[in-house]
Design a protein around this ligand. Structure first.
Ligand code: G6P
Length: 348
């Protein structure tokens, strides 16, 4: 009953439009839970290792957190839930399980195993009273509201917001920059809506593409590739831009689409990667958060207003979601109900 389109043509579009409000509500909600946040920080600080476990889109959000922690010297590791057997945890580890639904079987099984090993369990889910949070020592929540579209959109952006907040607290950074999260996401949406429609339509006619990024841009590239596969059935692969010369570039020929996500940190290196791809006649697109990548007028670069590089993952969320959305639309696919996929996978 709560699932109504309210005039939107699809839940996916409705939910992308709800994403900045969802991030705002997530941040204010979490900041009100002072005690829970403090316990979370302590559990992560005292751990010998921080293990981040999730599946699908939630894994991509978790990877941002892992990178942020690794950069600050934490011993942080991302684990794909179904591959939890590759890691043995113990009582010195703190495990963060991220799941929109809180019911993903792979994530739940990983949680139970790590809990049995004596590890401390923190969860980040978007629903109340779910299985994953009930097994957790600390249950944190995003506040994106119900998400109907099978492809995660506003829940992903909310996870990113929550994880930027958590990582900033752990790194003793001021969290003031997050006050601009809502407007950065909303402005990004308005700025890219036309551009992504064009790109989405071009990509819908291609058999394959690459999404490349660097640093915090890599998990966003992974999410961009996942989204366009999920709902538009276009094959896409994500790679760290610098690594693309070690294999993936072999496929690049005239017109092969390569989308660069520039998070504003490594623009010179990324620029070289763009040039590398263009010299192979790739069709490049650059989505830049904050700082422009090139001095020449690359027609295919769009620059988003991002006052702080830590907001770039949030700014890059609308374009990757909209590209997938428009590619799906162009192919006549229903973005809300992609074939072969379920919103919540409760089997192994
Ligand atoms: C399914 C969905 C994905 C989702 C993944 C993890 O595969 O189709 O969109 O990212 O499950 O879901 P979770 O609820 O654990 O975040």
């Amino acid at each position: 009953t709560s699932a109504s389109l309210q005039g939107y043509e699809s839940f996916m579009m409705k939910e992308i439009r709800e994403s900045w409000g969802a991030v705002r509500d997530t941040l204010t909600g979490l900041l009100k839970e002072n005690e829970l946040l403090n316990k979370t920080i302590k559990a992560i600080e005292r751990a010998k290792r921080v293990i981040i476990v999730a599946a699908g889109t939630s894994y991509n959000a978790g990877l941002l957190f892992t990178i942020r922690l690794q950069r600050a010297g934490f011993n942080a590791i991302s684990v794909i839930a179904s591959e939890h057997n590759n890691l043995r945890t113990n009582q010195d580890d703190t495990v963060l399980v991220i799941s929109q639904s809180g019911e993903t079987m792979d994530s739940l099984i990983a949680l139970k195993k790590y809990k049995n090993n004596g590890s401390f369990i923190i969860s980040l889910t978007n629903t109340l009273g779910n299985s994953i949070s009930s097994y957790s020592d600390i249950a944190l929540h995003t506040r994106a509201g119900p998400e109907i579209g099978v492809a995660a959109t506003k829940t992903f952006t909310s996870q990113v917001g929550a994880l930027m907040l958590l990582s900033s607290l752990l790194l003793n950074e001021s969290v003031d920059y997050l006050k601009e999260a809502e407007s950065v996401i909303a402005n990004s949406f308005s700025k890219v809506i036309g551009y992504t429609k064009i790109i989405g339509s071009e990509l819908s006619k291609k058999p394959s593409l690459y999404y490349l990024g660097k640093g915090l841009g890599v998990p966003l590239a992974m999410e961009g590739a996942l989204k366009i596969k999920e709902i538009a059935y276009v094959h896409a692969e994500a790679y760290p831009a610098g690594e693309s010369k070690h294999g993936p570039i072999a496929l690049v020929e005239n017109g092969f689409p390569v989308i660069f996500l520039n998070n504003g940190e490594f623009t010179d290196e990324l620029y070289n990667n763009v040039m590398e791809m263009e010299s192979r006649h790739a069709k490049t697109y650059v989505i830049s958060a904050g700082s422009k990548i090139s001095t020449n007028n690359n027609q295919n670069e769009i620059v988003l207003d991002v006052p702080d590089p830590r907001l770039s993952p949030l700014a890059l969320a609308p374009p990757i979601q909209l590209i997938a959305y428009y590619a799906a639309k162009e192919r006549g696919a229903n973005p809300d109900r992609p074939r072969n996929l379920a919103k919540t996978v409760t089997v192994r």
